[in-house]
Design a protein around this ligand. Structure first.
Ligand SMILES: [Zn+2]
Ligand SMILES: [Zn+2]
Length: 132
């Protein structure tokens, strides 16, 4: 499967996801992604390959030994690396293809924002809300 950042200058390929997909609501993910939670899956380093733009990556160590990599041009979060781990955390929403599996767990719910409501029946639109 291939994935890329918003501007398209950084791209990668993963041969498999090596864990269930999970939503993480920790404060670091929320701030880094500008979203209520971040969706990730572990990928073995040997199953991950940068296709282009690796030199455009910026990194931020959000906790000791935990480094988040993102495109320095457009800001898309792509992977997280942890010291002494042979896995990366892939940001699943940066994939350009359907991984063929759905999230199976939510972690760091203790940090979840009070306004998140997974069950709500709020209106849905395929694109923008139509003008009144
Ligand atoms: Zn980019
Ligand atoms: Zn997190």
């Amino acid at each position: 499967m291939k994935g890329s950042c918003l501007c398209g200058q950084v791209a990668y390929e993963v041969s498999a996801l090596d864990s269930p997909i999970q939503h993480c609501s920790c404060r670091s993910c929320r701030k880094a992604h500008g979203a209520a939670f971040n969706t990730s899956a572990a990928v073995k380093k040997s199953n991950f390959l940068w296709l282009r733009g690796e030199l455009l990556l910026s990194e931020f160590e959000s906790s000791p030994g935990i480094v988040r990599y993102f495109c320095s041009i457009c800001g898309s979060q792509l992977i997280k690396r942890k010291d002494n781990s042979d896995h990366l955390a892939l940001r699943v929403a940066s994939l350009d293809e359907d991984p063929g599996q759905v999230p199976e767990l939510r972690i760091w719910c203790s940090h979840e924002v009070p306004w998140l409501d997974y069950q709500s029946k709020i209106p849905r639109y395929s694109e923008w809300k139509p003008a009144q």
